[in-house]
Design a protein around this ligand. Structure first.
Ligand code: FE2
Ligand code: FE2
Length: 189
């Protein structure tokens, strides 16, 4: 099974038996999609949105469309917020939610192993992004700002790519469990 975040294209057949019964189209109108699941999905959408906004702002700055200080003022607090919230989100999943779902549906245990490894890979990508962002922000006025910008863009694009894959697969594994069992029965309502 190809479980690396950089190359996989979704879950293998043996982990798809629940998503086959609860396809994405059926989620929004399903009675078991409760408050917790809705909040969690909205949180994921927030990460997608902010991740794309940060990437868009970086591309615009690097194309010369924004002054360095204006860019830094917009960008630095949002990146910090994005990365710290993401880290916290993963902690809550690793220690609170994954154990609940793993116990409820042991046939999906291999999927939760993959998701936990994703969190480790994403954590490494966050650290690389922080380091390259600091170098980038410190060099905004320097002649070599472009190179620091290239390094940051590379690190943050990798992070965003990995994150988008992870969010989609995580939802495909977890939401069907919630719909199948209900939040009340799982004790997460
Ligand atoms: Fe996650
Ligand atoms: Fe998540």
């Amino acid at each position: 099974m190809d479980d690396t975040l950089d190359t996989r294209t979704g879950w293998p057949q043996d982990l798809k038996f629940l998503i086959a019964r609860y396809p994405r189209e059926a989620w929004p109108g399903h009675a078991n999609l409760g408050q917790t699941a809705r909040f969690w999905l909205a949180r994921h959408d927030g990460f997608r949105e902010l991740g794309r906004a940060l990437a868009g702002a970086t591309a615009e700055f690097r194309a010369g469309g924004v002054a360095p200080r204006a860019f830094q003022g917009w960008f630095a607090p949002r990146l910090q917020h994005f990365l710290s919230q993401l880290h916290e989100h993963h902690q809550v999943e690793d220690f609170h939610y994954f154990p609940v779902f793993r116990a409820a549906e042991q046939r999906l245990a291999a999927g939760f192993d993959v998701l936990e490894r994703d969190h480790e890979a994403i954590h490494a990508a966050i650290l690389a992004t922080v380091q390259s962002a600091n170098e980038f922000l410190q060099s905004l006025d320097d002649a070599d700002a472009r190179f620091a910008g290239d390094r940051y863009a590379e690190a943050s694009e990798k992070l965003l790519r990995q994150l988008l894959r992870h969010l989609a697969d995580e939802e495909d594994l977890i939401v069907p469990v919630i719909l199948d069992r209900s939040e009340e029965a799982l004790g997460i309502g």
